[in-house]
Design a protein around this ligand. Structure first.
Ligand SMILES: Nc1ncnc2c1ncn2[C@@H]1O[C@H](COP(=O)(O)OP(=O)(O)OP(=O)(O)O)[C@@H](O)[C@H]1O
Ligand SMILES: [Mg+2]
Length: 305
């Protein structure tokens, strides 16, 4: 599989203050992104995600290490021609409409005539903004701004799309809609690199991930390999019976609404729980096997650092 992006031992320190102090931000970051995948770059606030992206895009220069995009050194302008970028906090001209905003950038890229009009119409459709296209940006919600920002990042028909915290500040519905758009980009054959500290978003759509903590990549790989399918325990919600009935079968606690939340660690005991509930005339509300999630892995890693 072709590597679209590769970082090898990238170091970056910032110097700040009157008597400059050095703060090492990236400490030998290495990872690669395969063609056609959605790659998640995951880490808590301040871990170095945006700094990494700035290095990839040549907005700042690493102190050491090598970055290649489509096999070309990232320092060459050619390497960046097929890259689209949506920054963490994009800046918008409030008084332009969505369509005018896209037209402004299309002009900068040298698009013109019918192809420009068609391109803009196509992108507005892709990000679901056709109906709001002629509204001023100052009237857009955060989710709408993110969408129009993404359309702008796609104007040059990039093969690699880099999104810095694209779901940040969106409500759950907005996040879901944005995830769908990202999955569509993949279907169109684009490679997507996205950073986030929201584990669920990454878990739902990414093929491979790298986890960065305090400037170091502490894990990377296919999601399927990082998350074991092993059932950790089964969570059973029961109504109409006291928690004490289930102490011998697992950890049970009473919750609101006269319910019991029971964690059953041994699979063999699940049948016993079900028959006990039937026998005592209670009711099973739900039964959910819990497998390890990216969140579990992430929390464990942060704890063990
Ligand atoms: N220009 C700068 N000068 C000095 N320190 C900086 C500068 N830019 C970033 N930093 C520091 O570098 C560290 C990493 O910042 P970065 O923005 O890369 O984190 P991040 O992973 O993107 O976090 P977030 O999730 O909050 O966006 C932080 O501790 C930040 O304070
Ligand atoms: Mg950031």
């Amino acid at each position: 599989m072709a590597k679209v992006l590769e970082l090898e031992q990238v170091y970056k320190a910032y110097r700040f203050g009157f008597i400059p102090k050095k703060k090492q931000i990236l400490k030998g970051v290495s990872f690669y992104v395969n063609e056609g995948e959605i790659f998640g770059y995951l880490g808590p606030n301040g871990a170095g995600k945006t700094t990494t992206i700035k290095c990839i895009l040549n907005l700042i220069f690493p102190d050491a290490g090598r970055i290649t995009i489509f096999g070309e050194d990232s320092l060459k302008p050619k390497a960046r021609q097929r890259v689209g970028f949506l920054p963490e906090n994009p800046y918008f001209y409030d008084y332009l409409t969505g369509r005018e905003f896209l037209t402004f950038y299309a002009d900068l890229l040298g698009l013109h005539g019918q192809s420009k009009i068609e391109k803009i119409a196509y992108l507005l459709r892709l990000v679901g903004m056709e109906r709001a296209a002629d509204l001023q940006l100052r009237k857009y919600s955060r989710g709408m701004l993110q969408r129009i920002g993404l359309a702008q990042a796609l104007l040059n028909d990039p093969a690699l799309v880099i999104l810095d915290e694209p779901m940040g500040g969106l409500d759950p519905i907005g996040r879901k809609e944005f995830r769908d758009i990202i999955v569509n980009l993949k279907k169109e054959g684009k490679t997507v690199f996205l950073s986030s500290h929201i584990l669920q978003d990454i878990e739902m759509i990414c093929d491979r991930v790298a986890i960065i903590l305090a400037g170091e990549i502490i894990n990377q790989g296919y999601l399927g390999d990082l998350i074991s399918e092993k059932v950790l325990y089964t969570e059973v919600t029961i109504a109409g019976l006291p928690a004490a009935e289930f102490n011998h079968l697992g950890e049970s606690v009473s919750t609101s609404g006269n319910r019991v939340l029971l964690k059953v660690y041994e699979e063999s005991k699940i049948d016993q729980v079900i028959s006990l509930v039937q026998q005592k005339k209670g009711k099973i509300i739900s039964l959910m096997p819990r497998t390890e999630t990216l969140e579990d892995i992430f929390v464990n890693m942060v704890k063990n650092q």
